[in-house]
Write a protein that binds this ligand. Structure first.
Ligand code: AMP
Ligand code: MG
Length: 403
């Protein structure tokens, strides 16, 4: 049986990068950038005035002038005016600094009467103050975003400021999320006492969508070899990633591995030394399709999806990985089996500024309701039984931060 690290490496080794496509800038949030975004212009593109007030020349002020005839008014968006000696220009936030001006005094510090602006007597004027100098944020041509960046809402400002209407991003893979099991009945359909509501499909799709993968469709297939073979053959033809749940354990109706093998999906591994999610199966289709067969138990399915499927898709997009995140256990945990334990946690912070992971008990790996209160899970290494409060542990959030 593979360790969690071996399983992770085996999955990454099977991943090939997806193609690049061009999308409208407005649709690029959450996608992985495949180009360099360079500054269109210096930023700010001109010496930008940061206060409403007056602009004048330091040399006049330095020579003792405190009373300036108003030459003109220049608002944001107005063409740059040229200041005449001994005058001032009424200036607004966001305007370009008039030629020959190098001093700004805010409107609160002046009195204007009969077209003359007088500076408050005890106000100390400083040259160049309230001017955001041209190019002081970045220079034209600067590499503002580089390939691998997962585009965040903040990056939308950069892309727009560079004048781009389109950007190159990694193709969003076609994903099929497939629930298997005779007992499953989807919401909206009548259900009998011996049946189970199908919940993994919606949860897995939402988790994948939360990580930016938007082309997910769901199918539900009964535990029937012929039916499984027909439907999975079609999914392998139409999609590049299959995320199944259920049917990979030791039960008599767990047909998924044999059916996948019969369709030419090469098994990379079956079973990982972890809890939850030990029965995890992973294989590669003849056209390079990634096939994840997650255990059916809801907690196992979600942990395996977050732990293995999401990083595999990120890797295929060539996304720059986020730095590993750590937290300190808020209370002690004991875990006897010689397996890596993925322990769901709620994050809290203490007055010392530490992020603490509070273990949340699940009542077996079927207890998906308990997960609602969690932010993610921590990884407790195998071959260690007792993890005292304060132990630093790897943290995986259900929905990752922007790297
Ligand atoms: P399996 O891995 O097929 O043996 O399923 C393990 C447990 O998870 C069983 O109790 C199933 O009923 C349950 N289960 C499997 N698939 C789903 C699903 N899509 N939604 C909710 N529960 C499921
Ligand atoms: Mg089943």
């Amino acid at each position: 049986m593979l360790t969690t690290a071996e399983a992770f490496d085996a999955i990454l080794a099977a991943v090939a990068p997806v193609e690049t496509e061009t999308v409208a800038a407005g649709l690029s949030s959450g996608r992985v950038l495949r180009q360099t975004v360079r500054a269109e212009r210096d930023q700010p593109p001109f010496d930008r005035v940061m206060m409403d007030g007056i602009a004048f020349a330091w040399s006049d002020y330095d020579a003792g002038q405190r009373d300036f005839p108003v030459q003109a008014m220049q608002a944001a968006g107005d063409k740059t005016l040229t200041l005449k000696g001994g005058h001032c220009i009424e200036i607004m936030t966001g305007a370009s600094l008039p030629t020959n001006a190098d001093c700004i005094v805010p409107v609160e510090r002046i009195t204007v009467t009969n077209g003359n602006a007088v500076i408050e007597a005890d106000y100390s004027v400083k040259k160049d103050r309230f001017v955001h100098p041209r190019g002081s944020d970045y220079a034209r041509g600067a590499h503002l975003l580089t390939p691998g960046k997962t585009l965040s809402p903040l990056d939308m400002a950069i892309i727009a400021s560079c004048g781009l209407t389109e950007v190159e991003v990694a193709v969003d893979p076609v994903i099929r999320v497939i629930s298997t099991g005779n007992e499953l009945v989807a919401a909206g359909q009548a259900i009998d006492a011996h049946q189970i509501r199908l919940s993994n499909g919606p949860a897995v799709i939402s988790l994948l969508e939360g990580h930016g993968y938007r082309r997910c469709e769901h199918d539900h297939i009964a535990d029937d070899v012929d039916r499984l073979r027909d439907r999975l053959r079609q999914h392998l033809d139409e999609a590049s990633v299959l995320v199944l749940s259920g049917g990979v354990s030791m039960g008599k109706a767990d047909y998924v591995p044999e059916v996948l093998a019969s369709l030419g999906v090469e098994q990379v591994f079956h079973r990982v030394s972890q809890r939850p999610g030990k029965p995890l199966w992973f294989g590669k289709g003849a056209q390079g399709q990634l096939v994840f067969a997650l255990p059916g138990n809801p907690v196992s399915a979600l942990v395996c999806c977050r732990q293995y499927v999401v990083p595999a898709l990120a890797n295929a997009s060539s996304a720059t990985a986020a730095a590993p995140e750590f937290a300190a256990l808020a209370s002690s945990v004991s875990f006897k089996p010689s397996l890596t334990c993925f322990q769901p946690v709620k994050l809290i912070s203490n007055a010392a500024g530490q992020v603490l992971a509070m273990p949340v008990k699940t009542n077996t790996s079927g207890d998906f309701a308990a997960l609602s209160a969690t932010d993610g899970y921590v990884e407790l290494p195998r071959d260690q039984v007792d993890f005292p409060a304060g132990t630093p542990v790897f943290l995986q959030r259900w929905i990752a931060r922007y790297p």
